[in-house]
Design a protein around this ligand. Sequence first.
Ligand code: NOJ
Length: 504
Amino acid sequence: MDNRRWISWLILNLVVASDKVSAIFVDEPLLYDTFPPDFIWASATSAHQIEGAWNVDGKGPSIWDTYTSQPGIVAEGATGQTACNSYYFYQKDVDALKSLNVSHYRFSISWPRVLPNGIGQVNQPGIDYYKNLIAALKVANIQPMVTLYHWDLPQALEDMGGWLNASVADWFEEYARLCFTQFGDDVKIWVTLNEPWITAWQGPKYGPGTYTYQAGHNLILAHAKAYRLYESTFKASQQGKVGIALNVNWFFPGSDLIADKDAAERALQFMGGWFANPIFGSGDYPSIMKLKIGEKSAQQGFNQSRLQENTAEQKPWQKLLVPGSADFLGINHYTSSLTVNQPSNINDVSYESDQDLYSYYDPSWYGSGSPWLKITPFGLRNLLGWLRDKFNNPEMIITENGCSDTAGNLDDMLRIYYYKHYINNVLKAIKTDGVKVSGYTAWSLMDNFEWRAGYNEKFGLFNVDFSSPELPRTAKASARYIAQIIHDNGFRSDQPCNNYPISK
Ligand code: NOJ
């Protein structure tokens, strides 16, 4: 933190610590009520984080296989080469899911497992693996909710420019066609992309401020092409839904100053609006993004905005392909921050600097096993209300929500606290605020490969003993807690863990 940031951080924390923002997280009473009938209850994983078997049965390498083979990139040199070994142990995952009472399992297909080069030759053992998993889920009466892209791009496509190559939308469409054809009779909920914000902004080589927006643009096109393909060719016979999972934090204004309230709104638009506005809103990028990035690009000497504007040649996709290209909005939500206005250095060409703001955490908020994840349950309710208002109350599914620790302990009271209050805020959003949330997904079914954090940050409802070759999955207390909530389809005051004095 530079001096200026440090001083504003200090002043703001002194002001904010006594303020209403921190107070709203304390002793928030629970709402005792039930979720709508047919509410989707799910838990989630992704291919690279659990499958292992990275180079067997014809699977091609993904960018994460390559990335983790470079020393010093991932904590303790961890890789996803074995992970939870779900390629072999998927029945253990299904058994764990069964004990949670979930109606759905959100997992992802590894693109290079079914198409080793990303396009072209199909790998039948890869197809068979997902067919076997889906069959095992069927026996357990659990429906699949399938993500097509959860960050493991085939290395062969990366070698051709990856998400920066304008052809990537066509490659993705080919891959989507294969998946819809092979699995669509059994899969009724599809998620095209998981957190395109991460791919565009933090993808191994797509920073800073020009490539970020180019990758974002291609991601939106890829999503829309897959959606339109399903709509035109598969929907009538398969009767499923296709959405996208966007990660959106909540941003509290750091003060009552208008400039800080605007900064918090700007942060929401840069994170959520960037992908949601083209698909669920006006069909174009948020006007604040167009304004900020346009102005800064001009000052920085670019001859056009680094954000791709609504030019004549792009009109076809903006007008026809992208707007309305989703049946539901998937939301991955974990945390909140406080945000204040802070002009950036104009020489810094980056997505962060384009926003002219600074975000920080209230020191009174509970932490987790991940530095970025503070426990702020009320933020989720605020976010759902914001999305309802901005995007005409779309159907939403919480496609991820969860909490990490570093211990992996079975008596995980922190995670129970997290789930209790976040899920209760979803209930309040539905019952009190009229938000259309049709499902909730707990991340994650089990401790797994947490990307650059390796195996240190554990999000599982089930502990995995990584020191045993059998990788046994053991239920944590939070697994039993969630199973109870799902069983009751909501909150009862006599449920274990819910009947603390504050609720009386
Ligand atoms: C979002 C990602 O989709 C998932 O892969 C990751 O493990 C969780 N957040 C927790 O960081």
